[in-house]
Design a protein around this ligand. Structure first.
Ligand code: ZN
Length: 390
């Protein structure tokens, strides 16, 4: 909880400050707000967190998810008959030439240098019209003992899909991802787990598929729909039942392509494969779903790296699981903040009052180090109360 609190307030000096409150006033906010019985020393906290197996932290993602689901906060995320868009993407949150642990991925550089890194494949529930995203537990791309070959993003992605299905056996998902995933192994895994998919498929990576689509286009078997707006034209094309590749046991997929033409210039173009039957009734929605993918880069990774969360900051690497566990705690803090935004009226009022998130969190940290609060209610109430002159 001390590690989580540190990430929650994005404040590496939180423990020291609260210890000082404890020393001076025999009470502190870690005790009242996070139920921390005794504040650990920084080094000791790191030693403890290093030894915790990440699988012990992972169920918390489900614990955070279920009340959102029960409280019907996720219904606004549904698309196409109650399905949920889950975007997945890989990212690197740590890299160094000096610091490493046995879980690090290793890459030999040109001049005999070695680069260590940690990578994950992240999933998040999202909707094109919603600013908030709901992160699911990530999968580590990890060097596992006994395997000579290094793990890779595609394998981690497959494990991630299995994990999602295990956590949420009854939900309908549409997996949305970039071109790395529009290959046979991921598609087979998604189908086996009863998941729908909308995956970017670029012509360069899909020669056979592209040849098929082009021949069908010549035969006028590809449907084309043009929708004109003021200066813009949306062009949709689709064809169902085409082979993904030249393998004997190729998956059969449905293909769609989309262009935006702005005053005779193409300003956007992309193409996808899906298992959902494409028709004139759902093509617009499918494009919106496919285009939602950028949100995992922007609303998740970019936020975690550059918008107030210091996911790439080295809080300590450890010799077992510390690096990944700190990543998980940071992600859980982000998740809790998303829950605040979606559900917590006082927090929503505070967002309005303080304008920018940065300003709000600066105030939240200051108040936390200046006053002792008996509970969260009192803390939010104090933040909402106009300041008086002393
Ligand atoms: Zn490492």
């Amino acid at each position: 909880m001390s590690g989580f609190a540190m990430m929650f307030f994005q404040d590496p000096s939180l423990l020291q400050f609260q210890q000082r409150m404890e020393d001076e006033g025999h009470m502190n906010n870690l005790k009242t707000l996070f139920h921390v019985r005794s504040i650990p020393k920084d080094t000791w906290m790191r030693e403890v967190i290093d030894e915790v197996h990440p699988e012990e932290i992972m169920p918390l993602f489900d614990d955070f998810f279920r009340p959102l689901q029960r409280g019907k906060h996720l219904e606004q995320y549904q698309v196409l008959d109650g399905r949920y868009i889950v975007a997945i993407d890989g990212s690197q949150y740590f890299t160094s030439e000096n610091i490493s642990c046995p879980g690090c991925l290793i890459k030999e550089g040109k001049k005999g240098s070695t680069r260590y890194s940690h990578q994950i494949v992240q999933a998040a529930l999202m909707n094109p019209g919603m600013r908030q995203v709901v992160p699911l537990g990530p999968e580590e791309v990890r060097n596992t003992d006994g395997e000579k070959k290094q793990d890779c993003e595609i394998n981690a992605g497959k494990r991630l899909l299995a994990r999602i299905r295990k956590s949420h056996p009854k939900l309908s998902f549409i997996i949305v991802a970039d071109g790395l995933y529009s290959k046979q192994p991921t598609i087979e895994e998604a189908v086996a787990l009863h998941m729908d998919y909308v995956l970017v498929a670029k012509p360069d990576d899909h020669e056979v598929l592209t040849e098929w689509v082009n021949s069908l286009r010549a035969l006028k078997e590809v449907t084309r729909l043009t929708v004109k707006e003021k200066d813009r034209t949306h062009i949709y094309e689709w064809v169902n039942d085409v082979p993904l590749n030249g393998n004997k046991k190729t998956a059969t997929v449905n293909f769609f392509e989309y262009w935006i033409e702005d005053r005779e210039k193409i300003t956007y173009h992309n193409s996808w494969v899906t298992n959902l039957i494409v028709d004139g009734g759902n093509i617009g929605e499918l494009v919106r779903i496919g285009r939602c993918r950028w949100k995992i880069e922007n609303e998740v990774f970019n936020t975690l790296k550059n918008q107030g969360y210091h996911i790439e900051h080295n809080y300590g690497h450890g010799s077992m699981h510390l690096s990944f566990n700190f990543f998980l705690l940071n992600l859980l803090a982000f998740f809790m903040h998303q829950i605040f935004e979606l559900t917590h009226a006082p927090y929503q009022q505070l967002r309005k009052k303080f304008g920018s998130k940065r300003n709000l969190w600066d105030h939240m940290r200051v108040f936390l180090s200046a006053f002792i609060f008996p509970d969260w209610e009192a803390y939010f109430q104090k933040l909402l109360t106009p300041l008086r002159s002393p």
